[in-house]
Design a protein around this ligand. Structure first.
Ligand code: HEC
Length: 251
């Protein structure tokens, strides 16, 4: 059983965990590719994780799973925490309500607490382009375990599709699943539903879901990226998902 910990108790009074004020470009408030700066109060993510999971969480090849109240799941390779600074924040620095209007998913006044994982994206164009896919909010538990790549890349698929599986994990598996692996916000198995799509219909749905189904809360894929790159990602996901053999491994 991988170690898992609830993130509920107030952390501020724990020794070695001093609250910080941090500034990020808020992807959930992106409008026309521009993100406003927001200041939050929170804690260095690595320090919190070490406190709740023990120092072993940093071992290479593992993955952290952040699970939210509404079933949203972010699985993030531990290596990313060595590459980029992250914080678990608990309030806005300006004292306003700890919530966002999530433009990406057409949701308003979404509460962010108890914990919201944010990244130091001000100096990184790559993080900015990624959007909010790996910014889970309403986080209540965190778990560390083996990488999902084994489930996502059965047989010899890794040779061809490792990159595509990584894209699926970043952009889709917070809400959906592949072979039973992923989030429950909108629990459907993409490797199954993809069989009902031709490539053009698939691309159109991923790139402009609101144009296909007005009012949908499915976010458009990586809106911060250039159109050609977005289309290429949609196609890679399509090819990968169609290549998966049937079958749902145990979770
Ligand atoms: C934030 C959550 C979220 C993320 C991330 C997300 N989706 Fe969705 N997806 C939804 C919701 C909600 C629906 C239901 C849409 C509706 O009916 O309005 C949906 C519906 C779908 C459907 C349609 C199922 C059907 O036939 O009715 C497909 C296919 C799909 N998503 C694929 C993807 C792919 C591929 C990705 C990654 C590029 C992705 N989704 C990312 C929330 C999400």
């Amino acid at each position: 059983m991988p170690p898992s910990a609830a993130l509920r108790a107030p952390l501020g009074d724990k020794p070695g965990l001093a609250p910080l004020t941090v500034t990020v470009l808020e992807p959930h408030l992106a409008r026309d590719g521009r993100m406003p700066e927001v200041r939050y109060v929170g804690f260095e993510a690595g320090a919190v994780l070490t406190r709740v999971l023990g120092a072993g969480w940093r071992a290479p090849g593992q993955e952290l799973e952040f699970r939210a109240l509404d079933g949203f799941v972010s699985r993030i390779p531990v290596e990313r925490f060595a590459q980029h600074r992250a914080w678990l924040v608990t309030a806005r620095a300006d004292g306003r309500a700890f919530e966002v209007d999530n433009h990406l998913q057409g949701e308003r006044q979404v509460p962010l607490g108890p914990y919201y994982l944010v990244w130091d994206n001000r100096a990184s164009k790559a993080l900015q382009a990624e959007g909010g896919a790996l910014w889970p909010y309403q986080v209540t538990t965190v778990r560390v375990g083996p990488s999902s790549m084994r489930a996502l890349l059965p047989g010899d698929l890794a040779a061809t599709y490792a990159g595509a599986a990584d894209l699926a994990r970043t952009h889709c598996l917070s809400c959906h699943r592949v072979r039973g692996y992923g989030g429950d916000k909108m629990p459907l198995d993409l490797d199954v539903v993809v069989k009902g799509y031709d490539a053009a219909t698939w691309r159109r749905w991923l790139l402009e879901p609101a144009a296909v189904r007005p009012g949908t809360t499915m976010p458009a894929l990586a809106e911060g990226m250039p159109a050609a790159e977005r289309a290429a990602i949609a196609q890679r996901l399509y090819d990968y998902l169609r290549a998966l053999p049937p079958g749902t491994p145990a979770r």
